[in-house]
Design a protein around this ligand. Structure first.
Ligand code: SAH
Length: 390
């Protein structure tokens, strides 16, 4: 039985007691019955059980633990795990919500985002990919009937050696869903756009920053489908300019602005944000609120230095574009850019701009993307909400 397969760690290689990732170099041996994608019991060099996880001989990261208890990884296990994740998010308002956030929910390799009647399932490991139907059944047992759309990341799938799924798992659902985020409506094209459809990780920040716009002009940089601009305009911002380079995202922005009845006060610019920020700076344009939410410039540690230069360049421009008392919400979603490096980069940009900025608050990913203290990789989005005080 696959459940009896055992992975034994080398002596002194038992970081897995606190962190779910096991690399090939940590492994002393595995039992012959082990199956790619199968469940394994992970034991220390002395044979004592550490936990259970899903194994894949192909990638360097060959096993991810999903439990540290002596329990079977079966249909009921997935149901309990998903129920815990859903229960922890019971107080969330709105009908776009991340229900499963991989390692942070004891579901390493699985992401589930719910958009009303649709659940988008993203499997990142072979073990999770093999269990799509079982996971969907467990999810339906917890939240009731939903249409399940599979949206695997092709890069992860290639690394793990499985065919990335892109489509409805069984019964099909609606092509698009309108979700409510506080008082704002956002259209999600199922199977289209970035991430699973929306940047749900920014939902809490959109609501927070959205409340700061009354009577102010807005510059929404890296706008995607204009989520920040919609919140700001719906809450009384006088005008918004959105900068975005993806045609699909811009089409989504047109829909969202119309859906919220704010299109008349918004202008979408199909531009490279770097160039347009420079141009606006040359024009000496000024805004009451600037949102800077770039894509990850640093996908790995090696790219860090160049990434920080890029971040600094756009932050410098954004700070110069702030009117007195203006507010900047600036973000980085690169896990490799730490809080300190991020703050230092913004500090340098402010110094170069000759601006004094008060920290209103530090920002992070939405609460439905929880962070596990012992798994730093679960935290990736960081930001600062700053006000120009000179
Ligand atoms: N703020 C958005 C999410 C932004 S994600 C929200 O809350 O929904 C980053 C966006 O930047 C993506 O939509 C991507 O298409 C866009 N982008 C990436 N590089 C860009 C560039 N050089 N100029 C303009 N937009 C860019």
């Amino acid at each position: 039985m696959a459940r009896d397969a055992v992975l034994r760690l080398k002596r002194g290689h038992d970081r897995a007691r606190v962190h779910p990732w096991i690399f090939k170099g940590d492994v002393a041996d595995v039992s012959p019955s082990i199956e790619p994608g199968g469940a394994v019991s992970v034991v220390d060099a002395g044979g004592r059980l550490i936990g259970r996880g899903l194994f894949n001989p192909r990638p360097a990261l060959c096993c991810r633990l999903v439990t540290w208890a002596d329990e079977a990884i079966d249909a009921d296990f997935w149901r309990r795990r998903l129920a815990a994740g859903v229960g922890a998010r019971a107080d969330r308002v709105g009908d776009g919500v991340r229900l499963a956030w991989s390692e942070a929910d004891g579901l390493a390799g699985l992401v589930i985002d719910r958009y009303g009647p649709v659940a988008v399932l993203q499997t990142v490991t072979l073990g999770m990919a093999r269990r799509r139907a079982e996971l969907a059944a467990a999810l339906r047992a917890v939240i009731g009937d939903v249409a399940v759309f599979c949206a695997d990341d092709p890069t992860a799938a290639a690394l793990e050696g499985f065919e990335p799924a892109a489509g409805w798992l069984d019964t099909s659902g609606p092509a698009s869903v309108v979700v409510k985020e506080r008082d704002v409506s956002l259209l999600v094209r199922i199977g289209g756009g970035h991430k699973t459809g929306l940047y749900l990780d920014q939902a809490d920040n959109r609501a927070l920053v959205g409340g700061l716009g009354a009577g102010r002009t807005v510059l929404d940089v890296f706008a995607y489908t204009a989520g920040f601009a919609c919140h700001l305009l719906a809450n009384g911002a006088s005008r918004a300019i959105c900068l975005e380079s993806s045609k699909d995202a811009l089409a989504g922005a047109v829909d969202n602005l119309a859906l919220n009845g704010v299109a008349g006060r918004a202008e979408l610019r199909d531009v490279n944000a770097f160039d347009e920020l420079r141009r606006l700076d040359r024009e000496a344009a000024r805004f009451g609120v600037v949102v800077l939410d770039p894509p990850p410039f640093a996908r790995g540690r090696a790219a860090l230095e160049g990434a920080l230069r890029g971040y600094k360049e756009i932050n410098l421009r954004a700070i110069r574009l702030l009117e007195p008392g203006g507010v900047l919400a600036t973000f980085s979603c690169s896990h490799h850019v730490g809080d300190d490096a991020f703050a230092e980069m913004v500090r340098d940009a402010a110094a170069d701009a000759g601006a004094r900025l008060r920290v209103l608050t530090a920002l992070t990913q939405s609460a439905d993307h929880p962070v596990l203290l012992t798994v730093p990789e679960t935290r990736y989005l960081k930001g600062l909400l700053l006000q120009r005080v000179d």
